[in-house]
Design a binder for this molecule. Structure first.
Ligand code: KIV
Length: 292
């Protein structure tokens, strides 16, 4: 291990290559979303392989109904905070709606901003064959790309809502073809969201690159969840595929109520939270005041 500039040992950095190695070794890849510095620090310390700055932050942090209003600037703002809190995990920035669909040039420029301005090391974008030219152009610029198939939230209106995908044989075959197209284009990994577990397992077996599942069963090479769902911080809607590991919303309400009660009852701040002046300084102040 080499020493970091601060002197502490630098952990071995996770890269897209690590994803491949973990798949080859049959080791599950762990990924969660991150939106800010403390969360990124906790994810990194917990040893997660990857932090995705997902555009789901538009819903769970910014309060939008869908991910569609999320802008490049909003994404980059959160990416920078996450990058500052991460030393080991691979940081992936999620390209927002219309940042890669309009032209190859815009796709490359915006993907580049995630690395140059956001401190990310890879980008994710949604879609299969219809995004092939954008995917190729971004990879051609030397930027690692993660694909995303199945329930692609930026197409929520086209899909008729946030609903499971690829449940017919025809749609499943199309998804498998898309996965192969993305792999051939050079994607280092693909997110499979809300598709039947048997299909996700089949796609994972057929692809040399790792799949990362969300609502796609245990047969994927890795798993991702939206951290706010896992922590119970987003109470508007919790998808069926989420396992909630904490109830931070209730915990926050409990803490805020306790603080409010303490302030109202004059229990906070107490002596130990209070600074004072030396007696002589205080006396001098009082002497110097008009009318002393
Ligand atoms: O935006 C996001 O958080 C995502 C994950 C659900 C994969 O795309």
């Amino acid at each position: 291990m080499s020493a970091s500039p601060q002197g502490s040992a630098a952990p071995k950095k996770v890269t897209p290559l690590t994803f491949r190695e973990k798949k080859a070794a049959g080791q599950p890849i762990t990924m969660l979303t991150g939106t800010d510095l403390p969360m990124a620090q906790a994810l990194d310390e917990a040893g997660l392989d990857s932090v995705l700055v997902g555009d789901s932050l538009g819903m769970v942090v910014l309060g939008y109904e869908t991910t569609l209003p999320v802008t490049m600037d909003e994404m980059l703002h959160h990416c920078r905070a996450v990058a500052r809190g991460t030393r080991r995990a691979l940081c992936i920035g999620d390209m927002p709606f219309l940042s890669y669909q309009v032209s190859e040039e815009e796709a490359v420029r915006n993907a580049g901003r995630f690395l140059q301005e956001g401190g990310m090391e890879a980008v994710k974008l949604e879609g299969g064959r219809e995004r092939l030219t954008a995917v190729k152009a971004v990879i051609g610029a030397g930027i690692p790309v993660m694909g995303h198939l199945g329930l692609t939230p930026q197409s929520v209106h086209m899909l008729g809502g946030f609903r499971p995908q690829a449940r017919t044989a025809e749609a499943a075959r199309r998804l498998l073809e898309d996965a192969l197209v993305l792999e051939e284009a050079g994607c280092f990994s693909i997110v499979l969201e809300s598709i039947p577990a048997r299909l996700a397992a089949l796609v994972s077996k057929r692809l040399p690159i790792p799949t990362i599942g969300i609502g796609a069963g245990a047969g994927c090479d890795g798993q991702v969840l939206v951290t706010h769902d896992l922590l119970g911080m987003f109470d508007r809607f919790t998808p069926r595929f989420v396992r909630q590991y904490a109830d931070l919303h209730d915990e926050m309400v409990r803490a805020f109520r306790a603080y409010k009660c303490d302030v109202e009852a004059h229990r906070f701040p107490a002596d130990e939270h209070t600074i004072d002046m030396a007696e002589e300084e205080w006396d001098e102040l009082l002497r110097s005041l008009p009318g002393a």
